[in-house]
Design a binder for this molecule. Structure first.
Ligand code: PLP
Length: 367
């Protein structure tokens, strides 16, 4: 019997979510962002699922891109951190990878390269996030140089939004204004929107979208926002009860005795812990579903196990399924109870978690 811990990945849901992103801006193309192993969902499987319709894939670096190329993925691939040294431009040329240019160093490397055929790039402006990207004036100068450069083909003008998930915050409007003021005379396509902006900021939807977290069905906006409703969860993280204890009032559970039973309590032990990527900081009360019924974590999460209150599930037995997040438990709820975000939960799953990919659409085609 293998360990019962698995992440079931619903590829049909991911396909649905990509189509939903495109429906929100039907005239736009979209880079399906599958960096960090598709946010833990399995980059190759997700890429194969979207290959027939994705306008491009977005990854952080050439290593992630090469995994896709070696698996036969042929779509355009965007290197969202660009290249890390000039020699990587040759790799980009050979494998048709499109680098972002976000720094003066990367700009120089591209201008000084001698590729066998023209390279395309995405030129990134820092409009206020102050992480990477060229300052607006340097961006304008860079654009002129790239346009004049015979070995530079197409250019996409991009920026990244720092607070698109805060729908009442003026930061996004300010960033859009900085961008628009500095690209006025440039006749190249534009890209500004991550998932939150695609769903919440119509003014940020330009020629290219960059949906990430929404593909996996975790909304970056409030759960009750209408734009969140069509999303379907891409991952169900499941394990099982491996032991059940009847504890007396006053008994303390787990390391540090963080949870103390106030009444006699049935406690279930689940085979998943922080070495699997479950957050160690999950508080008492973090939701979990046993046999489809919601209950809560009690006691500190340990490396390979965690403990849950079985009071709402009196018929629970060893071997019964436990959902950590998925259709019964919103990953955003688990994240909030652990002072993090769903992005980190997904991306932080360790290789101990077996991914099981299911594609209801493909199954339906096959039968
Ligand atoms: C990761 C990333 C995205 C996707 O962001 P989400 O919030 O997951 O939609 C978009 N653009 C860039 C440059 C990124 O690095």
């Amino acid at each position: 019997m293998p360990r019962p811990l698995v992440a079931r990945i619903d590829l049909a849901a991911i396909r649905h979510n990509y189509r939903y992103a495109k429906q929100l801006a039907p005239a736009s193309r979209a880079v399906a962002v599958i960096k960090a192993n598709a946010y833990g969902h399995g980059a190759v499987a997700v890429a194969r699922t979207l290959a027939a319709e994705a306008d491009a894939f977005g990854v952080a670096c050439a290593e992630e891109a090469m995994e896709l190329r070696e698996s036969g993925i042929d779509n355009p691939i965007l290197l969202m951190e660009g290249v890390f040294e000039p020699a990587e431009l040759a790799l980009a040329e050979r494998h048709r990878l499109t680098p972002v240019v976000h720094s003066p160093e990367q700009l120089l490397w591209l201008l000084q390269a001698r590729p066998g055929r023209p390279l395309s790039c995405w030129l990134k402006m820092d409009t206020g996030m102050h992480r990477v990207g060229l300052a607006p004036r340097a961006f304008q100068e860079a654009y002129r140089c790239l346009r004049a450069c015979p070995h530079v083909a197409d250019i996409v003008l991009m920026s990244h939004l720092a607070r698109a998930d805060e729908l009442a915050h003026p930061g996004t409007t300010d960033q859009l204004a900085v961008f628009d003021a500095h690209v006025r005379d440039m006749d190249s396509p534009q890209s500004l929107a991550n998932s939150a902006a695609i769903m919440g900021w119509t003014a940020a939807r330009r020629q290219w979208l960059r949906p990430g977290i929404m593909l996996y069905g975790a909304t970056p906006l409030p759960a009750d926002h209408p734009a969140s409703a069509p999303l379907r969860r891409g991952m169900c993280l499941e394990s099982a009860l491996i032991a059940i204890r009847e504890l007396d009032a006053g008994a303390a559970v787990g390391y540090g005795g963080r949870f103390v039973c106030s009444t006699p309590t049935r406690v279930g032990v689940v085979s998943i812990g922080y070495a699997d990527g479950y957050p160690r900081h999950a508080r008492d009360g973090t939701p979990v579903a046993v046999k489809g019924r919601r209950t809560r974590i009690i006691g500190r999460v340990s490396m390979d196990m965690l403990t849950v209150d079985l009071t709402p599930v009196p018929d629970a037995r060893v071997g019964d399924p436990v959902q950590l997040w998925g259709d019964r438990v919103d990953p955003n709820e688990v994240a909030a109870a652990s002072d993090t975000i769903a992005y980190q939960l997904f991306a932080g799953l360790s290789r101990r978690v077996r991914l099981i990919h299911q594609d209801a659409d493909a199954d339906a085609d096959a039968s």
